[in-house]
Design a protein around this ligand. Structure first.
Ligand code: NAP
Ligand code: GFB
Length: 322
């Protein structure tokens, strides 16, 4: 039985990104919105959230009752490895400004986004929500990972000091329409999609970075968006919740390559550049807590989600972020 929640004015920071655009589509095209609710999707052009003044001004302007906080500098493995300081500083500033300003403006609930790469690298598997602070993250992205963990610390301190129940979700690797498809700094899935599209078009080999043996769980951005709306209206804990497909759906990068190759019907050569590192070998997360709340939720079958994303990319190549 869904809790009756009065009309909400939801401010979505990072609303122009992969996840923000997926939430906007679910709200506006899948009936995810509710009568009387108002949704505001921000990009960095609306407010540079690194600035306290700009953050306060955008909260003053919109007076949100709820915030979905997505705004982050987030990139794939190879950029993270070179910019741990930047990813730490920028994200800590953005996160502190948004959480502190939300509390100052009396926002009822903020849902922030962590990431499964924030979990400890040396750990037992599957990883669950209780393990977030039980050891150092993988060295390839410790700046970003620690900035993410500080969101959880901030939420706990806000609850202790002010009684506000701000929380966070912990998604695994994502993919979908409106992702960052820039080959140099994207995540693996958009990188593979862009490279396979070009390899087919130009009749060249597809170059995959690393050995392809690393393991990942992938969630379709639209599935994440559907779960996000449930968290907004129903999830009442300060403790974060992992939003991911199950351990049994963990794939190798090679499996991901095969799915993208099939979607584009690419018949050319596939080359693995093993001079490039694999990064974290695995970060297998449990979705048992999600399943306790949502045993009914059906994830889009992986190959279908990949096909939909590849079709979107091909149809929107000229305007896609790349
Ligand atoms: P994204 O596509 O890179 O979008 C980032 C968003 O943040 C954009 O809307 C961007 O605005 C905004 N932004 C960046 N810097 C900003 C600033 N200084 N001030 C205001 N806005 C700023 O990110 P995403 O993939 O949707 O990620 C959303 C959330 O999910 C993030 O918190 C990320 O850490 C988390 N996450 C992502 C993945 C993944 O695989 N993608 C996995 C786990 C967790 P502009 O469009 O104007 O640049
Ligand atoms: O998504 P990704 O870059 O980051 O995935 P992580 C890296 C894995 O994909 C490595 C392989 O095993 C790479 O060897 N890979 C193969 C590729 N081809 C490519 C390619 O063309 N591009 C990329 N990027 N990888 C990130 C964190 O870790 O996870 C971020 O660094 C963020 O902070 C993100 O949290 C969700 O999954 O390794």
């Amino acid at each position: 039985m869904e809790k009756s929640v009065g009309p909400m004015r939801v401010l979505v920071t990072g609303g122009s990104g992969l996840v923000g655009r997926a939430i906007e589509r679910v709200v506006k095209e899948e009936g995810g919105g509710r009568e009387g609710d108002e949704w505001i999707f921000l990009s960095s052009k609306d407010a540079n959230l690194m600035s306290v003044e700009a953050t306060r001004a955008v909260f003053q302007k919109h007076r949100p009752t709820h915030v979905i906080h997505l705004a982050t500098i987030v990139r794939g493995l190879y950029i993270n490895m070179k910019h741990n300081l930047d990813f730490w500083r920028i994200n800590v500033h953005i996160n502190d400004n948004v959480l502190h300003t939300a509390q100052e403006f009396g926002v009822v609930k903020v849902i922030s986004c962590l990431s499964t790469c924030a979990f400890p690298d040396k750990t037992t598997y599957p990883i669950d929500e209780t393990m977030l602070h039980s050891g150092p993250p993988h060295e390839s992205n410790y700046g970003y990972a620690y900035a993410k963990r500080m969101i959880d610390i901030h939420n706990r301190a806000l609850y202790q000091q002010y009684g506000v129940k701000y929380t966070a979700i912990i998604p695994t690797n994502m993919f979908g329409p409106h992702d960052n498809y820039n080959i140099e700094d994207s995540h693996v899935m958009p990188g593979l999609i862009h490279k396979t599209y070009l390899a087919k078009k130009e009749g060249k080999p597809l170059e995959v970075w690393g050995t392809g043996r690393a393991l990942r769980q992938f969630i379709y951005s639209l599935d994440l968006a559907r779960l996000f709306l449930w968290v907004l209206r129903e999830y009442d804990e300060v403790e974060p919740i992992i939003l991911s497909v199950g351990e049994e759906d963990e794939l190798s990068i090679k499996d991901a390559v095969e799915a993208v190759v099939e979607a584009f019907e690419f018949k050319g050569k596939i080359v693995y550049d093993t001079s490039k590192p694999d990064g974290q070998f695995r970060k297998t997360a449990s979705n048992a807590k999600l399943r306790k709340y949502r045993p009914d939720f059906k994830f889009t079958p992986f190959r279908q989600a990949i096909k939909e994303t590849c079709d979107w990319f091909a149809a929107n190549y000229d305007t896609a972020r790349k």
